[in-house]
Structure formats: C-alpha cells, structure tokens
Design a protein around this ligand. Structure first.
Ligand code: DLL
Length: 435
C-alpha cells in the first residue's frame, strides 16, 4: 500500500522542483537563525541567494557529528527552545551524547515518514504493532510508535527487554507486527519457539527491523523461525530516527523519503559527489526540519543510490543495504558505541592504564561485548580476587553509564595488552555482516 501517492510516485522533475524550493527555505532558515551555519557559509563564500535549485546543494559546506558535539546541547537549533517539544539523543564519540530538538511540525513530518514505511510493509488500522525498540532518548521506540499511531494501528509500547513478557503480550493481545532490532528479533524467535505457545496461536505476520546492519541470510533466518515477512527500516537520530527509508514489497533497496531528507553519495576521502550506483558515504540534508535542520550531514554510512522507478510504482530514490561505516562506530545490541567513549571512561579511572581492547561477537544470536583493560602495576594484585573483581565491576558500571550497554570487563596484568607500532588496533568485531 502506498500512503502518499502524490509524493511517493512523483515525477523526477516535480520532485527536484520541490526539493529545490525546500532547500532554499531551509538554507534561509539556518542562515538567519543559527550562528554556526551562518559563519560556515560565509567562510565558504556562499549565501542563501546562491541556492536556487537542488543542484546548488553542492555549494554548501558539510556538517558532521562533530558539529553536534561542538555545539552541544543547543548551539545548532534553528528554532527557539520554546518551539522544541521533544528531545532525542544518541552516542557521541566521547562522554557526552549528541542531542537533537524537534518542533511540533518536525514530529508531524516524522509521523508522515513513518506512516509511509508502515504502509509499505502492508500495515493499516487493522494491525496491532508491538514496539519493542527501546523507548526514551533512543528514537526507535517513540519513532515506531508515532508511525503506528499515524496509520491508525493499535500500538503496544513494550520497549525492549523482558523477553517472556514480550512473548506473552504478543500472544495474548494478538500483535500482527513486531518492531525491534533484527538481532533482538532472532532472540525473540527462539524464545517463541521455546515458549508454551504454538506458532498458530500468534497472529504475527510482519517484522519492522532496523537500527543496525543485518544480512539477507539473517532476514531468511528470522522469517523462517518467526513465520513472518521481515522488512528493513532505516534512520538516524540526527536526521529523524526510524523512517528516513524503508523497503517496499519488492525489497530491492530502501526507498528514501527524499522530499524530507535529500540524499547524496560522496567520496569519504575527498568529499566529491559520486554518481548513482557508486558506493560512498551517505549524506543527508533535512529539507523541512525546523528544530535542528542539518545541511549535508555526513552519516558515515556506506551505500549507493539508484533512481530508476521501482516495480511498486514509487519513484522515491532507493539505496542499497548499508554496507558498513567509514568511521569506527560499532552497533552492539542496537546501541551505537564509539571506542573513544570507552577510552574516555578508562582514562578517568586512576587504577587503569589507557590500554584497552574491545571484542564484539555474536553468540546465540546475541551480541557479546568484552572490554579488556590493563591495570597499573601498583594496583594489580591478582591474589586479591575480591579487590580485582570489585574493580572490574566498577569499570563495567562506569562504561555502562556512558555507552548504555553493559560490557564484560576483563582486567589484565601490566603490559598484558599488545602494543602497536602504528595505529593502535583496539577493536575486534567477529560478527560478519556480508551476505
Ligand atoms: O538507529 C534509528 C532507528 C531506530 C532506525 C529504529 C531504524 C529502526 P541511531 O541510534 O542514531 O538511530 O543510529 C543510526 O544506525 O547511521 C546506521 O549506521 C545504523 N542503522 C540504522 N538503521 C539501519 C538499517 C537509529 N536499517 C545508525 N540498516 C545509522 C543498517 C542501520 N544500519
């Protein structure tokens, strides 16, 4: 089902015209209301008068996560704080998160984007959506919630965790769709099989999965184990959260809501725009956002774009599944983690050296997260087990409070972590995301 035919099936010429008009508006908005943008545009020698079509976008400077960090928390707002009705946040590269502010209109266009996704997944007001993404600062829970309500479905705001209760509610209430990370879906699938309920006692038929990379083989496994059809939903906090893009029934890429979020692909090294079909870094410009519009925001996600019309009738540009990242961000159990966040915690703890090593793996469909860290000689007393385990516990707690998920902390003896002669290698990710 197509939620908004007029936009989703718009001709390329009309879409470009709309994008051009919206780009002009958003550039004026940031130039007039946001000092850092105005300064950066002046430095680049470009003014709102130079922006007259969507093709002019290449004249504008890029923005990045670093800007959100540097102007934390409100420096990038282009609306007064009194117009901000919702705040979300995601991991920054160090201790502080990055924070975004949304106006009422921003929430409305998010709900519109989400409704397009859910309709494409074949859902409508007769469906019941169990939202098992986390609610809170993470955009997954409230984003999927808004999408479900907008199409008139019944929403069960479960949030994540408490697997037995998830299964009971899904079973008892008769949820027809499940929204969560693909890795949690796999975990739930096995818990469903092990539950006292038979498959035909569930009404579940659709999965709304995203927030982390997943493969075609993972899709097949979830579909088979849960007996559902699994769809990909894409998004990121800085741009809007879930709903930036979605798969249609043909599942030949992710349609992007390009009337709201204008995508480009650039060479991550040089910043030069790349043609359709070539792999590079995905960049978004929010064309209608009011609270914290972002111009040419570098997502660090790697993919490519295709503009041919899709068999579903939509003309919205499609991107390939995210093929990786061009920074060191890890997504562990759906949570974004930067090695620099771990480093900032470790450096604050007097008993520890700054040498650490992160290992991520997937065991029984759940991500594992281990941090090995070296103890300073004067604090390293392996004979005092109680002391060592209490230190490990407090390190784990500090890391959890910064990154949002709990690691297994392994303390190692002085010099126990291999030194590197070049760039330190601090991460081993054993999970495989290639198809
Ligand atoms: O993960 C928003 C979201 C919530 C999307 C629920 C879909 C469902 P962040 O926490 O800011 O926002 O993380 C954004 O996650 O840049 C990608 O690297 C990755 N990501 C998100 N969706 C997908 C997906 C949410 N479908 C970062 N496939 C993005 C692959 C994804 N990676």
């Amino acid at each position: 089902m197509i939620w908004n035919k007029e936009v989703e099936c718009m001709s390329r010429e009309e879409m470009q015209k709309l994008q051009g008009e919206r780009l002009k508006n958003v550039v004026e908005r940031v130039y007039n209301n946001c000092e850092p943008y105005r300064k950066r545009m002046q430095e680049a020698g470009v003014s709102p008068a130079d922006i007259n079509s969507i093709q002019d976008i290449v004249k504008l400077p890029f923005s990045s996560k670093k800007d959100l960090r540097d102007y934390y928390p409100w420096g990038l707002l282009s609306a007064p704080l009194s117009e901000i009705v919702r705040v979300h946040a995601s991991s920054g590269t160090t201790g502080k998160p990055i924070v975004v502010g949304l106006t009422k209109n921003d929430l409305a266009s998010w709900a519109e984007s989400g409704a397009r996704c859910f309709s494409a997944f074949g859902l409508d007001k007769n469906d019941m959506v169990q939202v098992s993404y986390g609610y809170g600062l993470f955009t997954g829970g409230l984003g999927a919630h808004g999408a479900g309500e907008n199409i008139g479905a019944t929403v069960i705001p479960m949030s994540s965790g408490n697997t037995q209760k998830q299964i009971m509610m899904m079973h008892d209430l008769g949820a027809t769709a499940l929204a969560c990370t693909p890795s949690y879906a796999l975990y739930l699938a096995e818990a469903m099989q092990a539950s006292p309920y038979k498959r035909d006692e569930f009404k579940l038929r659709v999965g709304i999965f995203g927030a982390e990379p997943w493969t075609e083989s993972m899709r097949k496994e979830i579909e088979q184990k849960m007996g559902i059809k699994a769809y990909d939903i894409y998004g990121l906090t800085e741009i809007i959260g879930p709903g930036v893009g979605f798969e249609c029934e043909h599942q030949c890429g992710t349609h992007l809501n390009e009337d709201f979020f204008y995508p480009e692909i650039i060479d991550p090294e040089t910043g030069e725009p790349l043609p359709d079909g070539e792999k590079g870094e995905l960049v978004f410009t929010t064309l209608t956002k009011e609270g914290m519009p972002l111009i040419r925001f570098r997502t660090r996600d790697l993919t490519c774009l295709h503009r041919e019309k899709c068999a579903c009738g939509r003309t919205l540009v499609r991107m390939d599944k995210i093929m990786g990242r061009c920074d060191d961000m890890l997504i562990i159990r759906g949570v974004n983690v930067f090695p620099t966040q771990i480093e900032s915690v470790i450096c604050e703890i007097p008993e520890l050296e700054s040498h650490f090593f992160i290992t991520v793996d997937r065991v029984n469909n759940t991500d594992t997260f281990e941090v090995k860290v070296e103890v300073k000689p004067e604090f390293y007393v392996p004979s005092d087990e109680a002391k060592m385990s209490s230190l490990a516990k407090s390190v784990a707690q500090r890391i959890t409070s910064v990154v949002g998920i709990q690691p297994v902390v392994v303390l190692v003896e002085p010099q126990g972590i291999q030194r590197s002669e070049g760039k330190a290698k601090r991460v081993l990710d054993k999970r495989v995301f290639a198809n």
